[in-house]
Design a protein around this ligand. Sequence first.
Ligand SMILES: [Zn+2]
Length: 378
Amino acid sequence: MTERLYEIDSHISEFDAQIISVTKTEDGYITVLDRTAFFPEGGGQASDTGAINGVSVDYVFMDNNVIYHCTKEPLEKGKAKCILDFDRRFAFMQNHSGEHIVSGIVNEKYGFDNVGFHLGEDFVTLDFNGVLSRAQLDEIEYEANKRVWQNVKFKAWYPSKEELQKLPYRSKKEIDGDIRIVQIENTDMCACCAPHVKEAGEIGIIKLLDFEALRGGIRIFMKCGEFALKDYRNKYENALKISATLAAKQNSIADVVLQLEKKYEDEKHKVSALNKRITDNIVKGFNTELDGVIEENFEIKELQMLADGLHKTYGGIKSAFSKCDGGYNFAICGDVESLDEFFKYLKTKLNIRGGGRNGMVQGCVFADMSEISKYFKF
Ligand SMILES: [Zn+2]
C-alpha cells in the first residue's frame, strides 16, 4: 500500500520518497514509491502530473491501494525527489471543491443528487437527477459564492464504521473499503477520495455557465478559480473586440448586435426585391436564339429565379450561370422529361455537382466557359 501524502495535506507540491519498484510496460515504465503526493485519477478528477528525479510523470493510477506513476523514461530504485505540476492540481482542486459546495446546496435546497461529475483540462460538468431553472441556478450560484466569501473550512477524514453510520453524508455510489468523508462547514458532507482546498476562499469564484436537459435531470457547465478567470478574460477580450468594431459600450453590445441583425434582415429583403426586378429585366431583354445567360455575382437562388423566368416565358431548356470558385454555379429549367434526359447526358460530359427535380436542376460545374459552351448557346 502506498502512503497517500495528498490525503494528509492537499497542498504538498514537492516531497521526498523512496522508489520501491520500476516496471517496463509496452509504452514506458511504471514506478511505485513508498509514499506519494501524486493524486491518481479518481472521483471524476484527472490524475496529477509532474516529475520524479527530473523524469516526467504523465499519468498516475491506483490499483489495490498501490499508486503507479507512468513515465516514458526509466527511473532507478532509491531516493526520489518529486515535484507536482501544482498550478494544474490547484486549478483542479478549485473546481472540485466548488463542485462539492454547489452539490451540497442543490441537495439541501432541492433534494437532488449529483449523479455525474467530469473535471477535464478546461471544462467541468455536474449532473443532477432533477430539473433546475435558470433563475434557480442563479440563486444556487450566488449562495455558493457566499460560502466562498465566508471562507468556510474543508475537513477530510476516515471515520470508524460506527461513526460513519451516524454521519448524514452524500455518496455517488456504493464504495468498497474505507470511506473518506469530506466535510464543508455549514454546507456539505460527502464521500470522496480526491484532494480539496483547505478553505473556500482558495476557490476564488464559482461560476455556473450553460446548462442542458439530461435524462430527466440537468447537466451544468461550471468554472471555478483559475478556469473562471481564463473564461472571463476570454469573454472580456471578445466583448472588447466587438465593442470596438461596433463603436458601442461593452455593456450594450448585445442590443447593438440585435439592432444590426434587424437592419441586415431589412437590407436582405431590399436586395431580394432589387434582384427580382433585375431578373425580370434580363428575362424581358433575352435573345430567344440563345439557351441561357451568364451573370456576375449571382447566387444559386437568383440563378434559379432567372432560369425559371426564362423557361416560363420562352419555353424549352433555359439556363443561368455565374462564376464561382473552380467553375460556375448554375440553374437549368425545362419540361421534366426533356430536362432529366439532358441533365443525365450533361453529367456524362462535364464534372457536375448538383441535381434537382420537377423541372429544375442546380449546382456547380467544374469547367471553364469554353468547355461549358459546347452544350449551351450563350
Ligand atoms: Zn471531492
